[in-house]
Design a protein around this ligand. Sequence first.
Ligand code: GSY
Length: 176
Amino acid sequence: MTAIAYLGLGSNQGNREENLRQAIRRLDALTGIRVLRASSVYETEPFGYVEQAAFLNMAVSVETDLSPEQLLEAALSVERELGRIRTVRWGPRTIDIDLLLYGTSCVSLEHLVIPHPGLSQRAFVLVPLRDIWEGGVLPGHNQTIDHYLSLLAEDQKGVREWGAINWEIGSDPSGS
Ligand code: GSY
């Protein structure tokens, strides 16, 4: 059985754009995951630990026949391949891949909570997700993305459109 899932991607270390591109390509290359849509890329002010560089954030939707836990493990494997080392909580990272939504499922395990906790309070997640979200109310929330964004004060948003990423193979001259 397949599900549509939504992943949030962020990078604030190294070549941020390339990190996002490689993450999407690697996810799409995995068995059981097909990337469907990618949002625009947004430059966002760091949330939590603020003494760090600005992030590039985006969201992708995937079709998957992996379970939520398998999809999480796949995301973590791509993080590891791209050199993500978990040191400081909230600290800088080459790539962060969060499992935001998995169909209409709600999951509450020690290591995995879906919808992602904090989803409805973070503009750096909500704004990219809005680009590609095809439903109305968010599963487990009963409100739309626009509703949650309207609750955030302007100075909490810190999100500006940065551009788009061509991630499909053959979309850049080097093909890398
Ligand atoms: O939760 C993802 C990692 N992260 C981010 C992020 O992706 N974007 C912004 N703007 N701030 C963040 N703080 C953390 S931790």
